[in-house]
Design a binder for this molecule. Structure first.
Ligand code: NAD
Length: 470
């Protein structure tokens, strides 16, 4: 039985109580995680608060700690990947990719430092613009990329000089807690605290009086609650929330190439990615062919336990998410939508759902309007590209989108008209560590990634000095 500890003020903490963690491939208990009490939360936040000044004062230590974090992620990659697959369900190769990308993120931020800009330097005055870290930071993550999302928060925060208290999702705490154990020696006590617990612990973190910033990735519903809580104390926030990414296929696109790209970006991690393709807009001329090509790929994909060799799609991470997909697909079918393939809960004790492609939609069904976050993809027909762009933009969400075409310049011309934080041409989800990532509308506030992601953990400070005083 796996029983990793929390890391609070540099020490391993087992806590008084625990909660079970299940393997979504078979529903069996694989470990227990500590339920962090209010007292232990206080201790974690207090230690992050105390560690702040010396951490701010030592940029070299920040850079070398991030290099060590990247090294530890790489040298313990197999152990952590196995844990991610066990508690989250994704195929092992996807868990390895998550960790390699996370190591790249930490290494990227080890090379960044806070900018100092001199905006006036003359006979009368010097005016400089500095950045001062905000903190302690309460960082809260969801269950789809447990370690990847944790690293995408703590790397820019630590690089900026902020100290952190991090809580993973109660569905997937084991890999993040284990990561905390592995890096505990790489950081001064209190700089990075990792605690675990249920949603109520998240709410306690966000209302804690010593917390000055909240960095949250998760659902829109929780993001709105956090924004409301933060407002009462004017805490700073970065919110990375849900998405309902449209893929707009143009009439010149190669059907097979598009089907490969769209399928991979809709069904990776069993569709549980904020920037997965979640609705496809295809022109009349190739609609039928594209639906068939996507359905062929969905039928051929090997569904199974993420630990098994050859598995391409794992289970949903938890029963609630599996039930949600079932509900949205049933709702669509009840409204006359055609199931091109899939459509049902798959056999077995795990939380599996058949990879599903839906056709013949009007565009106002729940599975088109809401974020499904699972392996069921609606394909909507359009007759003119203006209509497709209007439908893509007619959404509360605005995280990612893509345009697929044989003419990339045509794609690049259309891309800025799609209302989302990232628009890809002939790809989706691709990114480099220096690339900013954030959502328009309900998909978020603020960005992660690149220097912008680090500056999010700072406040801007102007220093104005008269020459006569120097
Ligand atoms: P969730 O909002 O239910 O939970 C996320 C985290 O918030 C968990 O750790 C949970 O314990 C905590 N939490 C729950 N209630 C809280 C509260 N009132 N106060 C503080 N913390 C609270 O989300 P989820 O179901 O774990 O994740 C799925 C969602 O996350 C999807 O909508 C998905 O699109 C989104 N997501 C967004 C991004 C992005 O970068 N934009 C990335 C991954 C996932």
């Amino acid at each position: 039985m796996l029983e990793p500890t929390m890391t609070i003020a540099g020490k391993a903490e087992a806590g008084q109580e625990t909660f079970p963690v299940l393997n979504p491939a078979n529903g069996q208990v694989i470990g227990n995680a500590p339920e962090c009490s209010a007292d232990l939360l206080d201790a974690a936040v207090a230690s992050a608060h105390e560690a702040r000044q010396s951490w701010i004062a030592d940029p070299a230590a920040r850079s070398s700690a991030l290099v060590e974090i990247a090294d530890k992620l790489e040298s313990n990659l197999e152990e952590l990947a196995a844990l991610i697959t066990l508690e989250q369900g994704k195929p092992l190769h996807e868990a390895r990719d998550e960790l390699s990308a996370a190591a790249g993120d930490a290494r990227y931020y080890s090379g960044l430092s806070l900018p100092v800009e001199t905006i006036s330097d003359n006979g009368e005055r010097i005016v400089q613009v500095l950045r001062q870290p905000v903190g302690p930071v309460a960082a809260i993550t969801p269950w789809n990329f447990p370690v990847g999302t944790a690293i995408s928060k703590l790397s820019p925060a630590l690089a900026a000089g902020a100290t952190v208290v991090l809580k993973p999702s109660p569905y997937t705490p084991l890999s993040t807690l284990r990561f905390g154990e592995l890096v505990a020696d790489a950081l001064p006590a209190g700089v990075l605290n990792i605690i675990s617990g249920n949603d109520a612990l998240g709410a306690l973190m966000t209302s804690h009086p010593l917390v000055r910033m909240i960095s949250f990735t998760g659902s829109v519903a929780t993001g709105k609650k956090i924004a409301a809580t933060a407002a009462t104390d004017l805490k700073r926030i970065v919110l990375e929330l849900g998405g309902n990414d449209p893929a707009i296929i143009l009439d010149d696109a190669d059907v097979d190439a598009v089907a490969d790209g769209v399928f991979a970006n809709a069904f990776a991690n069993c569709g549980q990615i904020c920037v997965a393709i979640k609705r496809v807009y295809a022109p009349e001329s190739i609609y039928g062919q594209l639906v068939d090509a996507l359905a062929d790929r969905a039928r051929a994909a090997r569904l199974g336990d993420g630990q098994a060799t050859g598995t391409e799609i794992g289970p949903l991470c938890n029963p609630a998410q599996r039930d949600r997909i079932e509900e949205l697909v049933s709702d669509a079918v009840g409204n006359g939508v055609r199931v091109a393939t899939g459509g049902s809960v798959a056999d077995g004790s795990g939380y599996f759902f058949e990879p599903t492609v839906l056709a013949g939609l009007q565009g106002d069904e729940r599975i088109v309007v809401e974020e499904q976050f699972g392996p069921a993809l609606p394909v909507i027909q359009y007759s003119d590209v203006e209509q497709a762009i209007a439908q893509a933009n007619d959404s509360h969400y605005g995280l990612g989108a893509s345009v697929w075409t044989a003419d990339p310049e045509r794609g690049r011309t259309l891309a800025p008209r799609v209302e989302s934080g990232t628009v890809w041409v002939n790809t989706h989800q691709s990114g480099i560590p220096g690339q900013p990532f954030g959502g328009f509308k309900w998909s978020g506030i603020g960005v992660e990634g690149g220097p912008w992601g680090m500056l999010a953990y700072t406040e801007l400070q102007a220093i104005h000095t008269n020459r006569s005083d120097l």
